[in-house]
Design a binder for this molecule. Structure first.
Ligand code: ATP
Ligand code: MG
Length: 335
């Protein structure tokens, strides 16, 4: 049986990259009838410095964004990671399956720890093992994520495979597949076309937040970095060496449901003074209903809390029996 799992960290304001790379796909999969489990991964969020007074509210905000963009808590399981114990328990089992050398190759750890890996939390290093536990606690087979998570998904497959072999349980865990295809899998920063758009980027102008109002979105797009060539190129080859322009064209296409070729056919030869306002209007049209619904949900968070409570019970009902099989498979004493 096929099952989808994906998570989003409550680490800051959700942005257009999260929406196009992840959220938008969640709704599509759910409405196509997939068995979906979506999680606000608050255990991941504490691996870097964070604000304790904001954590619970940030968690609600991610849940609100999922609901506002179309995740229906009656159809999909929607919950907070820390409310289901299996995630941490399975992480420990997987810590004994994964190898140091596998984790040492992880690019996200290198990027997030920067020059000071020695001072990073052990949790940040262990992050991809927790991620494997998140997915495999539900025996999920498919994981809709942005391009940046591909390497972690490979690691999840390695862990699942190694567990199945080491503990003589062939086929116990599925080897989960990343669903990263489609436009919007890698949206770049508005200030640097070689860096991905991120919640944790300190530069506010680097991203379009889902909660930005129309004026803010327009201003950020108009001020986004381009280059001195001035015009949108007419052919794909013209995007080469112009990462910021390629990114804006990609965002336009992802929002409008057009290929890059189609966008260039429409805007090729036009100046950014024409293209940027068109892109801003498109982004505003697309995001405004989501923003409005998010604000409504956050104004009175009872609906969110109720959804997360029921989601935790449903998630636990799936994960606990799988975890019990894991305990037996490993060979622990059972009462
Ligand atoms: P942080 O900087 O705290 O890691 P983030 O922006 O990377 O935040 P995550 O919560 O780590 O957000 O990721 C949530 C989902 O959004 C993941 O599926 C991830 O692959 C996807 N995602 C994140 N950034 C982008 C991006 N720039 N383009 C496309 N998808 C993205
Ligand atoms: Mg991230």
């Amino acid at each position: 049986p096929k099952r989808v799992f994906s998570g989003i960290q409550p680490t800051g304001n959700l942005h257009l990259g999260n929406y196009l790379g992840a959220l938008k796909k969640f709704t599509t999969l759910q409405n196509d009838g997939w068995d979906c489990v979506f999680c606000v991964v608050d255990l991941h969020a504490i691996t870097m410095p964070f604000d304790q007074s904001q954590l619970a509210n940030q968690t609600r905000q991610i849940a609100a964004a999922m609901m506002a963009s179309g995740v229906d808590p009656d159809k999909s399981v929607l919950f907070a990671q820390s409310s289901v114990r299996v995630h941490t328990e399975l992480t420990w089992i997987f810590d004994s399956v994964a190898r140091m050398g596998w984790l040492e190759k992880m690019i996200q750890f290198k990027e997030k720890s920067g020059k000071d890996a020695e001072r990073s939390s052990v949790g940040l290093f262990n992050y991809p093992v927790l991620q494997a536990a998140d997915i495999l606690a539900y025996k999920a087979t498919h994981v809709p994520v942005g391009e940046d998570q591909r390497q972690h998904l490979e690691l999840s497959r390695d862990i699942a495979d190694r567990f199945n072999r080491d503990y003589g349980a062939p086929g116990f865990f599925p080897l989960p597949e990343a669903l990263t295809e489609g436009p919007g899998a890698r949206i770049m920063s508005l200030k640097d076309g070689t860096k991905k758009m991120s919640k944790s980027d300190p530069a506010e102008n680097s991203r379009i937040n889902l909660i930005d109002d129309a004026d803010t979105i327009s201003r950020k797009i108009k001020k986004s970095k381009t280059d001195t060539l001035g015009d949108v190129p007419s052919e794909i080859a013209g995007l080469e060496g112009r990462p910021e322009v390629a990114n804006l064209v990609g965002i336009y296409g992802a929002l409008a449901g057009m290929t890059d070729e189609q966008v260039l056919a429409e805007y090729g030869g036009k100046g950014f003074g024409v293209f940027k306002p068109a892109l801003a209007d498109l982004a505003v049209d697309h995001l405004a209903p989501i923003t409005t619904r998010m604000r409504e949900l956050m104004d009175n968070p009872h609906e969110i809390d109720a959804a997360l409570r029921i989601g935790a019970e449903r998630a636990n009902a799936i994960a606990e029996p799988i975890m019990e099989e894991v305990r037996q498979t490993v060979g622990f004493w059972r009462p």
